[in-house]
Design a protein around this ligand. Structure first.
Ligand code: BGC
Length: 750
């Protein structure tokens, strides 16, 4: 059983009220609470056509449906809420859910980019603002954050999470949940949050969207489930979404061990489990459910409370209970959870509490929110390479700006952009103009042909080279060429898996054509995932990873390029040298043949080095940091790790001090390194700071193949530095007694 730290209102009175309601509800009414429809028509427009649509419309008007997705705006929400409250027999209000992933109207950097900031306060603020804007549009439930650990950049959804490390995923998701839910779930500017996708979606085989996931128990418990567990323990998100994929052969939506036994029973989760979009009915295609009736039975029995857009609960759940195939107690439990969430949100006190058109008008895209998005964007940029101090650009330098993405006002909004207006971000070109830079611009080649929406595939430009000649001419005689290349917003996200991770389309050709006439290049990479930048790494002196940074992208990038902002981001995912290395992650096992370089028969590829091109935790600064004086001491209730960090340069800068451990010998092989703590600090020019990082007993433990947590004595290497490749290290020995006493004191062994 987990301990909750910021419980919402779960008073006994609430539970009694729910019981009272449950007693009054008919089976039909109960099932209604477990159905979620997506907003499928404009309520102020004509009534929807088609049999299913008409049925949904009737049910919504009768007020029996428990929740909706994709209904946004005070007026729209009010219409549905009025039907629920006034037309239904018991007046039960509805929940309104939406994918508020990195902003509502004001776009912040995509989650993977925010993760690169390692700045938990800013990340929390980003989620807070997203919740303020979402709630101002009548919403009370977001489907974020995604806490899937992601090791394979081929998967388009890596943009939605915090990358490859379970600890970083957990602490970032905690910041996000805290931001969304705030201190008071009843407040008008907070929304319930959802951790997703439970579980294993980040491990879809070969990075192919919706593919199967095969995960051994050790990786499942230590890597995939660990962040879910940590976030539930620390922050209490009020819902969990299951997943599209099968995990070891069982579709997550029908997985009883995961949802009912582990999440609800063992971990004591008392919130709502919502299906992923139509994931219940998809169990038929998985070959797990016979038909939609079977899918409904399997889903409810497995512990999936709410059916999003499968209609299997709508069509069959009532009958399944009447026929005795599904126990009424399961339905009651699921309904209790949805009613609990409604009570916790204060919807029974005032179902219209979010619906204030003045708030909606004033808060969306406010100057303060845009400013916060800019702060987040600045900190999310990662300087990958900067040979010969190519950056920052000097004032007197003649600069050419090249690339369609440099002028693109849409790409920075990223995928999952909620209510953002298309083409509304500040481009790099506008950022340059705003900063008063003198430069010439050429598009070179376009990246995609035409517009691409959420539903449509991107047509990559593979044929039109017309602009290359002009770009080469513009680049020929300048001091430096800034190339902005990479992915458009719709080349990442759901359904956007790729097998090639080079610069899409003709952009590599453009880069090489420019290089042929001018080698003073700065490459700004715009993308939703790690790309393969091996050619660029060999030829281009300065490379900046700029992701999709939200509304103020152009300004943030300009500030970093000109040195007004000293970059401080660190990679949350390893950048591969070649696609063939994937999945690639720093916290891998050592193998039995890690390093016999003089032979052929060791764990390696014959064509590419084992190491990533840029490792997890890597990120440069215009300052130079050094580390010294690492000490590790065992205190009564923690282990203290001290290190001196020095900014050797003349420039103030921020550094992310990272601590990794390695368990040398254990009953199962342990990763070569694991991130256990970090701290982001501002260091003034020519100054030093002594940083203390703390470890608890839990940091030295792990889950065994049986899912039980183990603390084993022995030797542990502690590494501290500015990336996962740091070599500064100390070794400590911890006895069973020491581990036990550390564990007992801080009560972390449970
Ligand atoms: C995604 C979920 C999302 C849901 C609702 C699905 O396609 O996998 O993450 O919350 O749609 O939009």
């Amino acid at each position: 059983m987990l301990t909750k730290t910021n419980n919402p209102d779960t008073s006994a009175a609430n539970e009694a009220r729910i019981s009272d309601l449950l007693e009054q509800m008919t089976l039909k009414e109960k099932v209604g609470q477990l159905i979620q429809f997506s907003g499928f028509y404009d309520v102020t427009g004509p009534a929807p056509e088609g049999e299913r649509e008409a049925q949904k419309h009737r049910l919504l008007q009768s007020g029996i449906i428990g929740s909706m997705l994709n209904v946004v705006g005070c007026d729209e929400v009010r219409t549905f809420q009025t039907w629920a409250v006034e037309n239904s027999r018991l007046g039960i209000p509805m929940l309104f859910a939406y994918d508020v992933i990195h902003g509502q109207k004001t776009m912040f950097p995509i989650p993977l980019a925010e993760a690169a900031s390692w700045d938990l306060d800013l990340i929390q603020q980003s989620a807070r603002i997203a919740a303020i804007e979402a709630s101002a549009q009548g919403l009370n439930w977001t489907y974020a954050p995604m806490v899937d650990v992601t090791r394979d950049a081929r998967w388009g959804r890596v943009m939605e999470g915090a990358g490859e490390d379970p600890f970083l995923n957990a602490v970032i998701a905690e910041a996000r949940v805290n931001g969304f839910q705030g201190d008071d779930l009843k407040a008008r500017d907070t929304v319930a949050s959802t951790i997703k996708h439970f579980a294993g979606y980040g491990f879809v085989e070969a990075g192919k969207e919706y593919n199967a996931a095969e995960i051994g128990t050790v990786t499942l418990f230590n890597t995939v489930l660990q962040p879910f567990r940590d976030v539930l323990q620390a922050t209490n998100p009020r819902s969990v979404m299951n997943a599209f994929n099968t995990l070891n052969g069982i579709p997550a939506t029908g997985d009883k061990v995961l949802q009912r036994d582990l999440l609800k029973e063992d971990w004591g989760f008392d919130g709502v489990v919502v299906s992923d979009w139509a994931s219940a009915i998809e169990m038929i295609d998985h070959g797990f459910a016979e038909d939609s009736r079977d899918a409904a039975r399997l889903a409810i029995q497995a512990g999936c409370d709410v059916d999003m857009e499968s209609y299997v609960y709508l069509d069959h759940l009532e009958d399944l209970v009447v026929s005795g195939e599904v126990d009424m107690a399961l339905v009651d439990d699921a309904v209790r959870r949805t009613l609990r969430l409604k009570l916790e949100l204060g919807l029974f006190d005032d179902p219209y509490r979010y619906l204030d058109r003045d708030r909606e008008r004033e808060l969306l895209l406010s100057e303060a929110h845009l400013e916060a998005s800019l702060s987040m964007a600045r900190k999310s940029i990662v300087l990958l390479k900067n040979d010969g101090d190519t950056l920052p650009l000097r004032k007197q330098e003649k600069v050419a700006l090249v690339g369609a993405l440099a002028a693109d006002k849409d790409a920075p909004l990223g995928n999952w952009r909620a209510q953002a207006d298309a083409h509304s971000a500040m481009s790099v070109l506008e950022g340059f103009e705003r900063a008063g830079l003198e430069f010439s611009y050429s598009e070179g080649v376009s990246v995609q042909v035409g517009e691409a929406g959420f539903e449509y595939p991107v047509m990559v430009n593979t044929g039109n080279r017309d602009g290359i000649e002009d770009a080469v001419a513009v680049a020929r005689d300048v001091d430096k060429v800034v190339l902005v290349l990479g992915e458009t917003a719709r080349q990442t996200g759901e359904g956007r898996s790729r097998t090639e991770l080079g610069l899409p389309g003709l952009q590599q050709e453009l880069l090489e054509a420019i290089y042929a006439v001018n080698q003073n290049l700065v490459l700004v990479v715009v993308s939703g995932r790690p790309l393969v930048l091996s050619w660029a790494d060999q030829h281009v002196p300065a490379i900046v990873q700029a992701w999709h940074l939200g509304h103020r992208s152009g300004q943030a990038i300009t500030e970093v390029l000109t040195g007004q902002e000293n970059p401080s981001g660190k990679l949350p995912m390893s950048f591969p040298r070649a696609v063939g290395q994937l999945p690639l992650y720093y916290n891998h096992l050592n193998t039995g043949r890690p390093n016999r370089r003089e032979q052929v028969v060791w764990a390696h590829y014959s064509d590419v080095d084992n190491s990533p091109l840029y490792p997890f935790g890597h990120g440069l600064s215009y300052s130079t940091f050094s580390y010294s004086g690492l000490t590790v001491s065992i205190q009564s209730d923690h282990i203290a790790v001290n290190v001196t960090v020095t900014n050797e340069s003349e420039i103030d800068g921020e550094e992310v001090i990272q601590l990794y451990i390695r368990d040398r010998v254990a009953s199962i092989a342990r990763p070569v390194r694991e991130l256990k703590a970090f701290e982001k600090e501002m260091l003034k020019a020519k100054s030093s700071l002594v940083i203390e990082l703390k470890l608890s007993a839990r940091d030295f433990g792990f889950y065994g193949p049986d899912g039980a947590f183990r603390l084993e004595p022995g030797e542990f290497d502690i590494f501290v530095g500015g990336s996962s490749q740091t070599s500064l290290t100390q070794t400590i020995r911890l006895s069973s007694d020491q581990l036990r006493s550390l564990g007992q004191r801080s009560e972390i062994m449970k």
